[in-house]
Design a protein around this ligand. Structure first.
Ligand code: PHE
Length: 453
């Protein structure tokens, strides 16, 4: 079976596709608004700590399981823990992937709308307040938001139908570097604004009075979401890696690039927020209100806006492809469904729940569970609960359960790659630090320490 599976053609292709999964709306849309909502600097600090000490170890754990077995998540767990029920954990990742796909596709739909507006020239020549009104009017329109969500999922379907190599790798290889350069151009502009230093201060100077359980959980959830880790997405991608790829190196490259893009996006957004007197706590709409303000100040506004939303679209689709791969590979390999049927099923579920999420801003805006709309609930439960729990499981599984020789062989590519000085600290984090830190942040977030602190 494993010999028949596709593999990424080149090492660069494997990394680019994994970075493609990680870099997406999480960096450019979610990071700025989470940082804005949670006080800026203090959030950033915990976020970076989580990426380094929790995120990377869990990424490596997923890589080890995926590449070591060349199987989907359930198949891999069955192989490594035969005769046990551990493979049931795969359902948690699949659930998380479908929840994320649902609300993520809604935001991808917003991007299509903005791309459409940008192409028709409607994005320039307005005041900051106009952009806010424009966004509010758009998300309150149930037909339009659902239409774009469905359209996005159909495009996602078509790319997935073409299979792993052709579809994903080609797009990822080309788009990521361009997006990076565009971010730099926008930053150069944002830094010339009168409020720029205030924005940078907000992002980089931690104000610890903002530190709270909510901030800690938010930062950890953001780290997991942004790295695409904890739901077996990276496990599934690593199952397509070659045996000669260095897992620790790949994990570090992915984490560094992903974090860099998030921080760059913060450097782009916050100077504009402060310079235009907007609220950093604006939530999911933040980026959509801010970006048009940036475009219209630049020469060739039309070109920038079209290009930016086009690239954001590609950055997002490389992420939705990766989250869809989890359930598709699972259905194909564990339930012998044809790839076409599995992809259809994945898209159907996305459309059903995506529609509910899209309507959370209009007809379903008053329908709340635990005080959250369906959109917010899907986001919160998947990122802040399911992914960290998945992270504890993968770290524990690799650190304590799986045969040590297997782990060593994967980390060192059967003794051919040196992991040198990083091996011990990495292992310490996988076995002890990551699972314990996640559990502590979790309990802290649930308020269990309130009586002691
Ligand atoms: N990491 C992606 C982003 O930042 C989102 C994602 C989450 C992708 C989970 C796959 C799995 O946009």
């Amino acid at each position: 079976m494993s010999n028949e599976r596709a593999q990424f053609v080149t090492r660069i292709g494997a990394i680019a596709a994994t970075v493609g999964s990680a870099v997406g709306l999480g960096n450019i849309w979610r990071f700025p608004y989470e940082a804005g909502k949670n006080g800026g600097g203090a959030f950033l600090l915990i976020y970076i700590g989580c990426v380094l000490l929790v995120g990377i170890p869990v990424v490596v754990s997923e890589f080890i399981i995926g590449r070591g077995t060349h199987k989907n998540v359930a198949g891999a767990l069955k192989q490594l823990a035969p005769g046990t029920k551990w493979h049931w954990m795969s359902y948690m990742g699949i659930l998380a992937s479908l929840m994320i796909l649902s609300f993520y596709s809604v935001v991808c739909g917003w991007i299509i709308e903005y791309l459409f507006q940008a192409v028709s020239g409607n994005l320039s020549g307005h005041s900051a307040q106009d952009y806010t009104n424009m966004f509010n009017a758009f998300v309150a329109n149930p037909w339009r938001t659902v239409m774009w969500t469905v359209l996005f999922l159909c495009i996602n379907f078509l790319v997935l139908r073409r299979g792993i190599k052709k579809g994903i790798e080609k797009v990822a290889n080309f788009m990521m570097p361009v997006l990076f350069v565009i971010l730099l151009v926008f930053i150069a502009y944002a830094l010339t604004l009168p409020g720029a230093t205030k924005g940078l201060k907000f992002l980089f100077f931690p104000d610890f009075s903002h530190l709270s359980p909510k901030v800690a959980i938010g930062a950890m959830g953001q780290a997991f979401f942004s790295l695409s880790v904890g739901l077996s997405c990276l496990l599934t991608y690593a199952s397509y890696f070659k045996d000669s790829d260095s897992l620790a190196k790949n994990a570090t490259i992915v984490a560094v690039l992903d974090t860099l893009v998030a921080i760059l996006s913060g450097i782009m957004i916050f100077p504009v927020v402060f310079s235009f007197g907007m609220e950093p706590e604006a939530g999911p709409k933040l980026v959509f209100e801010i970006l048009p303000n940036i475009f219209q100040q630049l020469p060739c506004a039309y070109l920038w806006s079209v290009m930016f939303f086009l690239l954001l679209f590609f950055a997002s689709i490389t992420s939705t492809i990766s989250m869809s791969e989890i359930s598709i590979t699972f259905m194909v390999e564990e339930h012998q469904l044809s790839r076409k049927k599995a992809t259809l099923l994945n898209t159907g579920i996305g459309i059903a729940f995506g529609t509910l999420c899209a309507l959370s801003f209009s007809v379903l805006s008053d329908f709340t569970i635990f005080g959250k709309t369906i959109f917010d609930l899907f986001d919160f439960v998947s990122s802040n609960i399911l992914l960290p729990l998945g992270g504890v499981f993968f770290a524990w599984f690799v650190g304590w359960y799986v045969d040590k020789k297997f782990v060593d062989n994967e980390l060192t590519n059967h003794g051919t790659t040196k992991v040198s000085i990083w091996r011990r600290p990495l292992f310490f984090c996988i076995r002890y630090f990551a699972p314990i830190a996640i559990i502590i942040i979790f309990l802290y977030g649930l308020g269990l320490f309130d009586t002691f602190l």
